[in-house]
Ligand binder design. Structure first.
Ligand SMILES: [Zn+2]
Length: 222
């Protein structure tokens, strides 16, 4: 396999890309303690999406790691986790969003969020914001306490840690460097995304849409 593409996501940004069946998507935390939210849709049927409920049901665990298959809402395999140097990710919680920052943290004004970054990244592929479900929150450290309460701890990822997902179908993928303070131990870091596979005959196909960082000037905007 060769490196088809490398995207360096600056802090609090996201990107969208097409991943073909058999290709391998590598998500790397270059500095440590940084979450990356990921969602995917079937390229041939945008109403088919990566399903937290189906995946947790069939894996019979909330702690997904190497060897687990990630299923769509139609119970088709979308991904297989083939490498994982951390072993702790979350698939219970939705991507951080403007509403979440307002409801949980009473944030006033604009706060960058994975939801907005995913919506921007997926819009060129014809996927509307309302279609974005629970994301696979790579490196996010959520534990269920005996009381049933959830505890969000610092990610267990150290610099260079990674997870590798093998695509089991052609996918539209959105991926971020997460924007939530609590999930990332209070500091926003980049995420590296590498796509490995066999080069397509006839040259590369256009299949990415970068989302530039909104920057401080965007704060306060609607
Ligand atoms: Zn986030």
């Amino acid at each position: 396999m060769t490196l088809l593409r490398h995207a360096h996501l600056e802090p609090q940004t996201g990107t969208g890309l097409i991943v073909r069946r058999g290709e391998r998507l590598e998500i790397i935390d270059p500095e440590g303690e940084q979450v990356s939210d990921l969602i995917s849709f079937a390229d041939d049927s945008r109403g088919e999406w990566l399903s937290s409920g189906r995946t947790i049901d069939y894996a019979n665990t909330i702690y997904l790691t190497r060897g687990h298959v990630l299923y769509s809402n139609r119970s088709r395999p979308m991904w297989t986790i083939i490498e994982d140097t951390v072993g702790r990710h979350d698939f219970l919680l939705t991507p951080c969003s403007p509403e979440m920052f307002r409801i949980l943290y009473r944030t006033t004004g604009h706060h960058p969020s994975c939801f907005e970054n995913l919506a921007r990244a997926l819009e060129p592929f014809g996927i509307p914001p309302n279609a974005i479900p629970t994301t696979l929150n790579i490196f996010m450290n959520v534990e269920v306490l005996p009381s049933g309460k959830l505890h969000i701890g610092p990610p267990r990822s150290r610099p260079g840690d990674r997870i590798v997902l093998r695509a089991e179908m052609d996918l539209v993928v959105g991926v971020t460097a997460c924007s939530a303070e609590l999930s990332n131990n209070g500091r926003f870091k980049p995420i590296d995304v590498r796509l490995h596979g066999e080069p397509a005959a006839g040259g590369p196909r256009p299949r990415s849409h970068e989302v530039p960082h909104a920057g401080p000037s965007a704060r306060g905007a609607a």
